[in-house]
Design a binder for this molecule. Sequence first.
Ligand code: BGC
Length: 525
Amino acid sequence: MIATNAPPYKLPTDFLWGFATASFQIEGATDADGRGKSIWDDFSKITGKTLDGRDGDVATDSYHRWQEDLDLLVQYGVKSYRFSISWSRIIPSGGREDPVNEAGIEFYSDFIDGLLARGITPFVTLYHWDLPQALHDRYLGWLNKGEIVLDFVRYAKVCFERFGDRVKHWLTMNEPWCISILGYGRGVFAPGRSSDRLRSPEGNSSTEPWIAGHSVILSHAYAVKLYREEFKAKQGGEIGITLNGDWAMPYDDSIQNIEAAQHALDVAIGWFADPIYLGQYPAYMKQMLGDRLPDFTPEELAVVKEAGGEDEFQGHVEYTFTRPDGTQLGTQAHCAWLQDYAPGFRDLLNYLYKRYRKPIYVTENGFAVKDEDKKTVEEALQDDDRVQYYRGVTSSLLAAVKEDGVDVRGYFGWSLLDNFEWADGYVTRFGVTYVDYETQKRYPKDSGKFLSQWFKEHVDNDKPSSIPATIVKVISAAGNSVETKVVHSANVNVPKDAAPKKKGGKGKKAPFARFTAYISAFLGL
Ligand code: BGC
């Protein structure tokens, strides 16, 4: 047994915990039972789009092995499971006039029944990046607000109608920042649009991410409105959105760096959470983008540039993991954008709760051990760095709830299984369960056992929380707490597609903590 070493208090009985996955990352079976293509199907097959040249056609074969996955969840003793529905399994061509695929409905319906039969609460994401290819071909997907909002709402409606009798926790979108910036700005995720003509023949990185993000917010909003008006009373569930963001700490006490840290949070989280919860885009973003920066005088621009990096997608803020004394914040993960820094997790939970005043669910949190893919199965199962990571964040979680009074109601580790890690292919492993891709055999790692044990010890068996269940929820998923420091000038850490750059300069760098937040209340519309 792995010692959990945590403080003696406990989380309430109704605290939900479990693991998360996403349809395209695990299901495979891309041409089974009438499924339509998603934008990742062909994109992942284009040379150079994934690190190992592999695609999502098989993934962890969970479309066929879902019973086995359920057994695994039971083995870990989870209370809940977060998974996503593939839009193009439900409506193969995606659109509001297009037919529903009953085989797709049946698959998820059986899966949901399978969870419930095992006492596991389904936590369902409607959109985890796998847009029906047909909608991209028809009208460029998220770039066409007039069409996509209506199509998404109809898809959501079908899901509420067919699964809402049993699903009480809905997430509309997974991480709109990634959808917009990685898909339409950097062009590293499907559909891969970018101004960089070496990367993509089409796209405009200076306008499209903000248009896509706007459509995502509106689609979320109208789906929430529909749920509230037509389903909530009858079905009694709740609905929210998952946002990712990076905890940012000023590199030092200078005003510029303090502001830069806030700007990083504005662009990572505030872009979506502020309109949804506070009713408007962050002032900094309006200032940053306006009508393509109409409000910036040359002097203002100079200030922005001085306070951070060149990269709009990071809010003109430079990220680094290196402290002023040259030491690293924490253990480096396999992917360049992630280090282990548990205090950042607690700080981010506090920040979100203070700013948005909503209950929080951590919908994802995880760590990819460096070079895990090169290890033998036996070696990989002893994933000490991942155990260490989870040890830190669980203790931060408890401290945030018990010492700081943050209303956190759930926690999902990313991920149940090693799986298709988007542009990284299969070389980056985030699972608490090792998957041998040759045999598809699953092996629980030490980290999975650690979390299982930790939650067994830290969730009260007979004390429900006193919080009324009817409150609209914010769900935050904490990603991977890390930190870096905000800088005056220099390079930018590019999440998921590049390493934090090491630039000497004056040694001023920006704070960073990767975080995934899921927030549900939508105000307005
Ligand atoms: C995404 C997952 C992804 C994980 C690790 C999250 O942002 O929702 O799909 O696999 O991070 O990169």
